[in-house]
Design a protein around this ligand. Structure first.
Ligand SMILES: Cc1ncc(COP(=O)(O)O)c(C=O)c1O
Length: 361
């Protein structure tokens, strides 16, 4: 039977197995207040990215939801790209904010600061870029726009664990940064996420995040606590954190492997429009732009290569369709195909992908 090359595939090492067993045998599998592995993971990841504060949660979606809760976006505008997973936009609506879509830079496919600038109004509260495929958005220009417009810069770092901008880790630059540790991500867990906070009010924001992730519970002393505001059941469990801690210890190594795959794609694939090469990128996946996409993907599938489409743009979803025109997003989303970069790929797999793509273009 022909080998199937998967689009995503999490790395599983000896440490992951050992820590999961430790969590299992501890009989302490979850705590709303956070306990052993969860606390260790939070503090080690926080140190790794160089953030002021970190609060773990149970998904990237929850991280975005709570980050915008801590930003008071009710009735305010949140500027997001449309070429993203829908959670980026949902986060604004969960908090009664208004979604405003900006277009992307055709080179990086991250939100274009020039487009953002045109979308800023008196009512803008948050600028929310996505580091698409692990390539950092232009954080310097976005930081300036956020400052000028008195908005917060909150980055969706779901693809960007271990990525950098200007030599600084993603997670240390935004007022808040939201990570996903979904099994397909560079740092994989069964389910998990985290909000990194760097805003000057980080201590106050941390309290909002902590009570938000556990049903609004606040001022807890033993069995006594108060509820002052709404909260959810968003806390991370011990098994996720145990796997995450093991994954964190090899994240740089795994990202290096992804980088070497991306470098080969960049050098060998005979297409003009493809993801650029950048040492700061975490290469969550590698994108190319092709014509006749359906045919192209079908042929790769029959060669045993799984590919993806990231993404159908959010502004084309029925719930979000409002007539806004985003020419670069629309054109890109018709042609984009995503290729695997995960650390379980062999040299042979990479060669098969390169050859199969080149035979079709
Ligand atoms: C860009 C982006 N934002 C947010 C999310 C949501 O993360 P999660 O699946 O952990 O809720 C994802 C994950 O799919 C994502 O790719």
């Amino acid at each position: 039977m022909k080998k199937k090359i998967k689009l995503f595939d999490p790395y599983v090492g000896a440490k992951e197995k050992k820590y999961v067993l430790t969590a299992l045998q501890s009989h302490n599998w979850a705590s709303g207040a956070g306990s052993d592995f969860v606390r260790q993971f939070e503090s080690k990841f926080c140190k790794y990215i160089g953030a002021k504060n970190c609060v773990s949660v149970n998904s990237g979606t929850a991280a975005l939801h709570l980050a915008l809760l801590a930003s008071d976006v009710s009735g305010k505008e949140v500027i997001v790209p449309s070429l993203t997973f829908v959670s980026t936009a949902h986060a604004a609506l969960y908090n009664n904010g208004k979604v405003v879509f900006a277009d992307i830079d055709p080179n990086t496919l991250c939100m274009d600061p020039d487009s953002v600038k045109k979308k800023i109004t008196k009512n803008t509260k948050v600028i929310l870029p996505v580091h698409f495929a692990g390539m950092s958005a232009d954080m310097k220009s976005l930081q300036n726009l956020a400052k000028e417009s008195n908005s917060l810069l909150i980055d969706d770092a779901a693809h960007a664990a271990g990525a950098k901008f200007d030599g600084k880790k993603i997670g240390s630059l935004g007022d808040m940064s939201c990570f996903s540790f979904h099994p397909v991500k560079n740092l994989a867990m069964p389910t998990g996420g985290l909000v990194a906070v760097n805003h000057t009010n980080h201590k106050k924001m941390r309290q909002v995040l902590l009570s938000g992730r556990w049903c609004g519970i606040t001022d807890r002393k033993e069995a006594n606590y108060d509820i002052k505001t709404m909260g959810w059941n968003f806390y991370m469990n011990e098994f996720s954190a145990a796997i995450g801690l093991a994954q964190l210890s090899v994240l740089d190594k795994l990202n290096k492997k992804r980088m070497s795959v991306a470098a080969k794609f960049h050098k060998m694939i005979n297409l003009e429009r493809k993801m650029p090469l950048n040492n700061n990128c975490s290469y969550h996946f590698y994108w190319i732009l092709v014509k006749n996409r359906d045919q192209f993907r079908k042929k790769l599938t029959s060669a045993g290569i799984e590919t993806g489409i990231h993404y159908k743009p959010v502004h084309k979803m029925s719930m979000y369709a409002n007539g806004v025109k985003l020419p670069i997003t629309e054109q890109t989303s018709q042609q984009i195909v995503t290729l695997p970069t995960h650390p379980n790929l062999t040299e042979d797999d990479v060669d098969i992908i390169v050859n199969s793509v080149n035979n079709l273009v």
